[in-house]
Design a protein around this ligand. Structure first.
Ligand SMILES: Cc1cc2nc3c(=O)[nH]c(=O)nc-3n(C[C@H](O)[C@H](O)[C@H](O)COP(=O)(O)OP(=O)(O)OC[C@H]3O[C@@H](n4cnc5c(N)ncnc54)[C@H](O)[C@@H]3O)c2cc1C
Length: 454
């Protein structure tokens, strides 16, 4: 059904009157700003955006949208590269203003509203010397967690989902429920890696850990040494301690030089960290060495290499180790980049994240692996070139597939890659389908990462 505010203002005013927050229409002055996602390439035009301020706003909007048979989407902080937070001609339940964070320092827990970012959480928790697993940037905690949640801390503390204690969810019929190990335990299982298939998460409770400072930063090596560095790195990560999680890949520096990057984060005693990281400094000729103690807050907010508003296209694979053939693909097909802003980033999934059983949460890939994000990025001024950037990312991804586990991290899959979703969920897929039939039989939440098609 397509319905626009200009066709039926009265109808939409009915919804507006129910809300504490504001309802934005395409002809409102603020609409474009409110609509903007992280990825400037996303031009999807919702019929209205409901900026919810309360759980009641969420429930009213859901019920109203269902009653009028309109498409619906849910927005956390809007970081999804594929732009699934916006429904074309539909209604957006926008949680981005619901960002409150409450810390319980005695219990070491954080209660976080559905639109809060990692930055909101870390800022509130660091006053007590506490933190939890977050992404590498200040992302929306909801989307990050529902998809799984890879983090520089995951070797010690596991994925985002492994730190989730409880969630308050508005399910498809408009009921507000609490899901945790005791109540709605099946839903709680599904929320931990099953995407936004089952409801609107209005708040999340996380376990916190004593942590303020980590040893982290960037090491740059010349491209000519990439093969040699990768070979040594491959041996190194096989025995890397849990405390050491490493992002690596290729980026172009602001000076225009493409370099091989290793970016370790050691989460533990700093002296032990220096010893653990020392071998990385000997893998080649270091062009830059910025590894130093930093607060976790500063790490998450360090210079943004994928800033808001640029145009992005993301592809992903989960490599089964760093085989020689995969290294060749990264070097031979990855370089030169499609644009100075494109990049290839990997992170080693290991330690605590790998010790959780594949059936314990909906997130199924619990073997050690290397998550690859091939990120084509370009300035909005060059839209004609879009296909070239997209093909660059797709070609690399296709060539890496033979060396990867089936499926791919749902938060980084493109909307056109629905066929990879069942492969990602693997042995958990049937159980997830059963949950979808139980909690969302009408497929209200179809515009989501990891959509389960009934
Ligand atoms: C710069 C950058 C760096 C990144 N780094 C990492 C990283 O280190 N680790 C990692 O794991 N991922 C990373 N990602 C991917 C990130 O996890 C996803 O983009 C995630 O979806 C962001 O969450 P969000 O709440 O902002 O999502 P949004 O774009 O707001 O929403 C995306 C989808 O998530 C679902 N959703 C979001 N909030 C809710 C909610 N409250 N209730 C129900 N469904 C909801 C909806 O289906 C929605 O369509 C990165 C992304 C970017 C842009």
């Amino acid at each position: 059904m397509t319905i626009t505010p200009s066709q039926n203002k009265t109808l939409f005013h009915e919804l507006a009157a129910l809300l504490t927050g504001q309802l934005f229409f395409p002809d409102d002055a603020g609409y474009e700003q409110v609509r903007q996602l992280w990825n400037g390439r996303v031009k999807t035009q919702p019929a209205a955006i409901a900026r919810c301020l309360t759980v009641e706003d969420v429930i009213h909007t859901l019920r109203w949208t269902r009653a009028h048979g309109l498409p619906l989407s849910v927005r956390g902080a809007g970081h999804d590269f594929a732009g699934r937070a916006l429904a074309q001609n539909g209604i957006v339940i926008d949680l981005s203003q619901m960002k409150a964070v409450t810390i319980d320092p005695d219990k070491r827990t954080a209660q976080v509203e559905g639109g809060a970012t990692a930055g909101d959480l870390i800022e509130a928790a660091e006053k007590y010397g506490l933190a939890t697993t977050t992404g590498t940037a200040s992302l929306g905690m909801s989307g990050f967690t529902l998809g799984g949640g890879y983090s520089p801390l995951m070797g010690v503390y596991g994925l985002g989902v492994d730190n989730l204690l409880s969630a308050q969810v508005v399910i498809a019929d408009g009921q507000l429920v609490t899901a945790n190990a005791q109540e709605y335990a099946d839903l709680f299982w599904g929320l931990r890696g099953g995407g936004g298939n089952f409801g609107i998460v209005v708040s999340l409770e996380y376990r916190l850990h004593p942590l303020t400072t980590v040893l982290s930063g960037m090491l740059f090596y010349p491209l000519e040494q990439a093969r040699a560095v990768f070979r040594q790195f491959n041996e190194f990560i096989a025995t890397a301690p849990d405390e050491l999680t490493i992002q690596f890949g290729f980026i172009q520096t602001p000076e225009g030089q493409t370099v091989l990057l290793l970016s370790p984060t050691y989460c533990g005693a700093l002296e032990a960290g220096e010893r653990a990281i020392a071998p990385l400094r000997t893998f080649g000729t270091l062009l830059v060495d910025q590894v130093q103690p930093v607060t976790y807050n500063a790490l998450i907010h360090r210079a943004e290499i994928a800033p808001k508003g640029r145009h992005y296209y993301s592809q992903t694979q989960s490599l089964n180790g760093l085989q020689t053939e995969a290294i060749e693909v990264l070097i031979e097909q990855g370089l030169p980049f499609s644009s100075p802003f494109s990049m290839i980033g990997l992170i080693n999934f290991h330690g605590a994240a790998s010790r959780v059983g594949a059936y314990e949460t909906a997130f199924a890939l619990r073997q050690d692996h290397l998550l690859v994000n091939i990120l084509a990025a370009w300035e909005p001024q060059s839209p004609d070139e879009e296909q070239r950037h997209i093909q660059w990312a797709q070609n690399i991804s296709r060539s890496l597939a033979p060396y990867a586990f089936k499926g791919g991290y749902i938060n980084l899959l493109d909307q056109e890659e629905q066929e990879r979703v069942p492969l990602t969920f693997g042995t958990n897929y049937e159980r997830l389908l059963d949950l979808k039939r139980k909690y969302d039989p009408d497929d209200v939440f179809r515009l989501t990462v990891g959509h389960l098609a009934l």
